[in-house]
Design a protein around this ligand. Structure first.
Ligand SMILES: [Fe+2]
Length: 363
């Protein structure tokens, strides 16, 4: 009978020809050598369960996620090996590994990325009463290929010295001529903005969304940003009056985790949740070639449950699937009304959204 150490080694033996891909991967780690619960009891079934190991490929990269995997191991005796990397690298790796992939679960951030993995056939559809119950219908795939685990909000940050925060109530307000020269936007390569535009297309139709994009682009005087945090800093310094960012970035700055300077800058910002707000997710599904699909479902059920999900969300200053959680920094931002748009629909419109952004000046 192979020892668990041997199993682990076999699990993570790099696939032939994946050296180049391997170079882009950020980290490979097990979650430690926690003895499985039940192992010491010496009962047959407990030992059999303790030997189950699942692989998780995750596009998230937050240290605190590890703690939840450990909790899952302690509860179930199922070992979790996690590989964290950029989403593109994970998808390429899954495709090249095919049936030999050690991954049972794929975790991705944003509707556009979940849609890409779904299109490439990397998930298998699964059904679970717990997931049907715990994951709201608009935050999961209709065919059970992926399920939402946490929510994030595309918010507006305002520099009150430049713009009165009370004048920004909806995304439409960002296109008003009053903000000429004052709006900062991230570029269209960001899935976050692609998904935002896709949600506007679904809610308001193509013509209104085109007009909205043109109005916003006309308000931009700075070059388009390549990520949310530098954009937030620019607003805090008064280089712009208003910007669009995911609120967890501001929460991270406020926490001091990113340094005293970012904390001080974030204190200059007012976070405005628009009503309704565009909400995106981290989602997970069982991989097409999972060796332990049942154990994989158990992990996803745990992460999506109110207990697991809350921890997963708070790790990155995100929101749980329902309610607003207990994160004291997020509480400062107040609450929001989600627009309720189906994340599956957002994913399927993200390419059309990108084309619309491109043809209307969104760099
Ligand atoms: Fe992010």
């Amino acid at each position: 009978m192979p020892s668990s150490r041997l199993l682990l080694r076999r699990l993570w033996l790099p696939a032939a020809g994946s050296a180049a891909l391997g170079a882009t991967l950020l980290a490979v780690f097990g979650t430690g050598t926690l003895p499985a619960i039940g192992q010491s009891q010496g009962t047959g079934p407990a030992i059999a369960q303790a030997r189950t190991t699942i692989g998780v490929y995750s596009g998230r990269h937050y240290n605190t996620d590890k703690e939840l995997y450990r909790q899952f191991e302690a509860r179930t005796g199922i070992k979790v090996n996690v590989l964290e990397a950029k989403d593109d690298a994970l998808l390429e790796r899954l495709k090249s590994e095919g049936k030999n992939s050690p991954a049972d679960v794929l975790v991705l951030v944003d509707a556009a990325r979940l849609d890409a993995a779904t299109d490439q056939g990397l998930f298998r559809p699964v059904r679970s009463a717990a997931l049907q119950r715990d994951v709201p219908a608009n935050l999961r795939d209709s065919q059970g290929r992926w399920y939402g685990l946490t929510r994030r909000v595309r918010a507006v940050v305002v520099n009150p010295r430049q713009v009165n925060p009370a004048t920004i109530r909806t995304y439409a307000d960002l296109a008003k001529p009053a903000l000429k020269g004052k709006l900062c936007l991230r570029d269209r390569k960001s899935p976050y903005n692609q998904s935002l535009v896709a949600s506007r297309m679904i809610l308001n139709g193509d013509a209104a969304t085109r007009t909205w994009i043109r109005g916003m682009v006309a308000n931009v005087s700075q070059p388009f940003f390549t990520s949310d945090t530098p954009l937030a800093r620019a607003v805090a310094r008064g280089e712009c009056g208003v910007g669009v960012v995911n609120s967890y970035y501001i929460a991270r700055m406020l926490s001091g985790e990113a340094g005293a300077q970012d904390k001080q800058l974030a204190e200059q910002l007012k976070v405005v949740y628009l009503n309704p707000s565009h909400v995106n997710i981290t989602g997970a599904g069982v991989t097409r070639h999972a060796r332990n699909p049942q154990a994989a479902i158990k992990l996803i059920e745990f992460l999506a449950s109110p207990t697991g999900g809350r921890g997963y969300a708070e790790a990155n200053n995100e929101y749980p699937l329902r309610g607003f959680g207990d994160n004291p920094i997020l509480k400062r931002f107040g609450t929001f009304r989600a627009d309720g748009v189906s994340v599956e629909q957002i994913g399927s419109r993200s390419r059309a959204a990108t084309r619309m952004m491109e043809s209307n000046g969104w760099k």
